[in-house]
Design a protein around this ligand. Structure first.
Ligand SMILES: [Zn+2]
Length: 163
């Protein structure tokens, strides 16, 4: 995943603002390999609200965790963004969230959320970015990419494009 340094900064700021809760957001852009000769991919990074606490308050038995340990993108907002992307010939390229005072690993909960039917992810081409936020400061980010061979998420490369 290649992101501009300004997009990385927006993502980091979103994580700092949400701390000590998890933050979340989406990256939409051209389908992979569609950049053409320039090699420049058009990507849009969308910081979103984490609605986990609202769902937890309404239904704590289903949504056992709070936003301190989980994230949930508003499903209506998610759908609207996907429709918008389709209209622009874009696809979902990335999903990002933060781990407050935890390392940037792809947890079992993260995997369960990404692979809701236990087989292939809902969005196999979307790379999963996890940021580690220690005491309010972003200490790093890692990206995890679905491998259809291994049927698992494997660590990929997060490349910062210096503008
Ligand atoms: Zn997570």
């Amino acid at each position: 995943m290649l992101l501009s340094s300004s997009m990385i900064e927006v993502m980091h700021q979103h994580a700092r603002d949400a701390y000590p809760d998890e933050c979340c957001g989406l990256i939409v852009g051209q389908p992979p390999g569609d950049a053409g000769m320039s090699g420049q991919e058009r990507m849009r990074l969308l910081p979103l609200r984490n609605v986990q606490n609202e769902y937890h308050e309404r239904d704590p038995e289903t949504y056992t965790r709070t936003a301190r340990r989980a994230y949930l993108i508003d499903p209506f907002e998610f759908e609207r963004i996907l429709e918008d992307a389709r209209d622009n010939n874009e696809v979902l390229r990335g999903i990002f969230h933060s781990h407050p005072d935890e390392e940037s690993y792809f947890s079992q909960e993260d995997k369960d959320a990404a692979v809701p039917f236990g087989d292939i992810p809902a969005f196999p081409q979307a790379e999963q970015i996890v940021m580690s936020v220690m005491k309010g400061e972003v200490k790093g980010a890692r990206v995890f990419v679905w491998s259809s061979d291994g049927k698992d998420f494997l660590e990929g490369e997060l490349v910062v494009d210096v503008e």
